[in-house]
Design a protein around this ligand. Structure first.
Ligand code: SF4
Length: 180
């Protein structure tokens, strides 16, 4: 019997949630027994060529490329999981949402103390178009499950992935959702 397939992506985040997945340590061997890895930064597979069972979304959407990738995941993943604060509610990148995009760009590229004499706002057409604000994943596509935390602990990710790959809803213990 074929194994369930797992895909992962990192949108606007810091890759910390993927690092937390790697922190499951020796359970990575068990994960490899439970699932086949599909599109993911871990194997550098860039395109889907079939449906997969579980999609792991790190990060929110700050540019048009994020929106495209997230929709690709929604279209190819039976179960889609928002992993970590950035995917769940925008997280740290969404701190820019209290400013307009123009204010952010001018602060970073023109008036920042680190730029002598002012710079230019990049406008190369190859750069992904920035969105007016950072959107959490659920504001762009339907999300089936949320794993909170910044990042969610390795144990939280393991509990969630193991259940989902077995076709069950994750049941996180209180300790996995307690932050102090
Ligand atoms: S939730 Fe935290 S660890 Fe995960 S991508 Fe965002 S900032 Fe990084």
């Amino acid at each position: 019997m074929s194994k369930p397939r797992l895909a992962t992506c990192s949108l606007t985040g810091c890759f910390g949630c993927h690092m937390s997945l790697l922190d499951i340590d020796e359970r990575l061997l068990e994960l490899m027994d439970l699932a086949d890895l599909d599109r993911s930064p871990f194997d550098d597979k860039k395109e889907f060529d079939r449906m997969v069972d579980v999609g792991f979304i790190e990060g929110g959407c700050s540019n048009e490329s994020n929106i495209y990738e997230l929709r690709e995941f929604r279209n190819h993943c039976r179960i889609l999981v928002a992993v970590g604060a950035c995917a769940v509610n925008g997280g740290v990148p969404a701190m820019r949402n209290v400013y307009t995009l123009r204010e952010c760009l001018e602060r970073v590229f023109i008036s920042a103390n680190t730029i002598e004499g002012g710079g230019l706002i990049p406008n190369d057409p190859d750069l992904p178009l920035l969105l007016d604000r950072v959107y959490p994943a659920h504001e762009v596509v339907k999300i089936d499950y949320f794993l909170p935390g910044c990042p969610p602990s390795a144990d939280t990710i393991w509990i969630g992935l193991k259940a989902l790959l077995a076709g069950q809803a994750p049941a996180l213990p209180y300790q996995a959702l307690k932050y102090e």
